[in-house]
Design a protein around this ligand. Sequence first.
Ligand code: ATP
Ligand code: MG
Length: 390
Amino acid sequence: MIESKFAVVHYAEIGLKGRNRAFFERVLAENIIRRFQGLDSVRVERLPGRFLVQASVPLSESTWEERLRKVFGIAYFAPAVPVRKSLEAIEEAILKNFPQDPPGPFRISASRADKRFPLTSLELERRLGEVVRSYTGRPVDLKNPAVTVHVEITHPSAIIYFTRKEGPGGLPVGVSGKVGLLLSGGIDSPVAGFLTLKRGCRVVPIHFHSQPFGNWMASEEKAIEIVRVLMEWGMEPYIYIVPIGDIQQEIVLSAPSAFRLIFYRRLMLRVAEKIMEMEGGLALVTGDSLGQVASQTLENIVAISQAVSMPILRPLIGFDKAEIIKLASSIGTYEISIRPGEDCCQFLMPIKVATRPALSEILEAEKELDMERMVRHALESMRKVELKSG
Ligand code: ATP
Ligand code: MG
């Protein structure tokens, strides 16, 4: 099919029962509609176990793909033709839409959700297989077909489609509650945000930079661009920007240099926790992976986490850098992350980071800082930037 007004969408149903299922379906349908905003106003019809998405005009296969492959919760999808549930109508629709390319053998794959239909799926496959074989001259190959013709007898209509595309899997964004993402502009945290979206969370990005020092503008621009990419995957269309340069300067002056980074992180978490309390969020997310850099030893993760009581999710904890880079490239954030634009000005960075600090030492040193005031000050300087898509 070159163009189609319809697409069928299948979602993973495992574990979906009763009210949960209705909720999941409603959120997924809303997310599909939102994904087409600015392009078309699509309608989503809920059929048993699947959706039929209808556009107002025929859309190309690549348009359907570009949109639907970024909607979490979709297992697979395909441009489709709905037809009347009669054998003649089904045959006619298959022959009319059978693709020229690729050449080679085919198979029919039928499923019958509507058991009132007179033929079983096996009978249907045989019948339709015969018709297609004699009409196209192609052989049948059940193991290695070049083209698979899918026929779904559902309600109220039957659906026919050919190429079936993988969706991103996961859960629809919005079924799992809200989290705050500490988004640095580096390679890792965008991927952590992506994986959290994939598990159905609404993700609010929060970026800290060292305004008024260094090239904070470039850091802010990078963070915003990353959010724009992740908005296509369902991230919230705004970002909290928190300038903390003068607080960092104060920390530099009053805390041991080796603890600086730990205090910066503890401050960031506290501010993020406050933001998420206002947002009705339940957890924070970071891009930490264990042992990757000096600040990510287990001792440092312990010392940093202790600053807040809100749980901190770390979806990358077991990932290697190479795995993270691969994922970042496929999402489209890697290219942005590697551009220059440091979130922290060089003179605020410690020469050496403590790697095995005792929590008691950290807490003792923190007494020298007026953290409460610092958090308040950061929240007062914070800006919420709304991002329109496109
Ligand atoms: P990333 O690539 O995400 O920056 P990283 O491996 O460089 O990660 P760090 O820079 O030590 O590691 O940061 C660890 C985590 O702390 C980040 O993944 C991010 O979640 C959070 N973080 C660090 N700096 C910032 C910042 N400026 N704004 C928001 N979050 C930050
Ligand atoms: Mg970083």
